[in-house]
Ligand binder design. Structure first.
Ligand SMILES: [Zn+2]
Length: 270
């Protein structure tokens, strides 16, 4: 049963990943992403249902447009595959270890929607150094809806909710303070407003311990990415997208957060 739903998750991950990639591309191009049919980027031919099967239509047509034969960007299968793996990671961590229970299923979808928002904002931040407010608002609304469901079902109490809201405010406020100090010291913009709001959103999901780990992990991740970027692309722009580092850290903490906290607290037990 767990394997059967795992396969479903993989397929859903491909479909959702394809949708998220298109959403990110439409945000970057300033298009309306609710309306409008998908079309080939070269010849403009509208794509039918058969052309929109994630991954498979790319493989079947060997990465070329069925109408004009032009190469289709490898970005499509790559993002679909990446989001499928991210979905499976959540599934294994939450359903695989927690079992097919109602709290675990709710938690899975809560984290899955958040991961979708993180995925879109990482793509736009990489491309145009912008974290769209819409992705952050969607993530916050999703948290509210799922948390209300969890409250009704008695999975969490009101104190849990208050502590998580406070964690979001604290980590957001802390990063705002740090960025203001850094702006003064470095005499240039350090953290973007989107980065700070993203920290606050993730604090809402992760709570105190998770937020603390988030700040540390994203700084390490940011340094690694910045170093790798400099080594790989000599002519990379001076502006550095920090969003993907924060997003990836947040995702990893959704999966490994409790494990890391237990290990960390265990260090002080002896
Ligand atoms: Zn075409």
């Amino acid at each position: 049963m767990v394997i059967y739903y795992g396969v479903c998750t993989a397929i859903l991950g491909l479909i959702f990943g394809s949708f998220l990639n298109c959403t990110a591309m439409r945000i970057v191009r300033g298009e309306d992403f609710v309306k409008g049919r998908s079309h080939c980027m070269s010849c403009g031919h509208e794509l039918g249902a058969a052309d929109l099967v994630p991954l498979f239509s790319y493989l079947v047509h060997r990465g070329r447009c069925r109408y004009c034969g032009d190469k289709i960007s490898v970005r499509y299968p790559l993002t679909e595959l990446t989001f499928m793996l991210l979905s499976l990671g959540l599934y294994v961590a939450i359903i695989g270890f927690g079992g097919l229970t109602l709290p675990a299923i709710l938690l899975f979808f809560k984290c899955w929607f958040l991961t979708g928002c993180l995925f879109v904002l990482s793509l736009t931040d990489l491309e145009i150094f912008e974290i769209p407010d819409g992705t952050l608002i969607a993530g916050a609304i999703s948290w509210v809806i799922f948390t209300i469901l969890e409250l009704i079902l008695g999975i969490h109490g009101i104190m849990w909710v208050l502590h998580h809201v406070l964690a979001g405010l604290l980590v957001g406020g802390l990063m705002l303070l740090i960025s203001l100090i850094m702006d003064k010291v470095l005499k240039k913009d350090s953290l973007g407003g989107g980065d700070i709001k993203l920290f606050a959103l993730l604090g809402l999901y992760l709570g105190y311990a998770g937020s603390y780990e988030l700040v540390l992990l994203s700084c390490v991740m940011g340094l690694v990415f910045a170093g790798a970027r400099k080594a790989l692309f000599a002519e990379a722009s001076r502006e550095f997208p920090f969003g993907p580092s924060i997003a990836l850290s947040g995702y990893l903490l959704l999966i490994f957060g409790d494990m890391i906290t237990d290990w960390y607290l265990g260090l002080f037990m002896y």
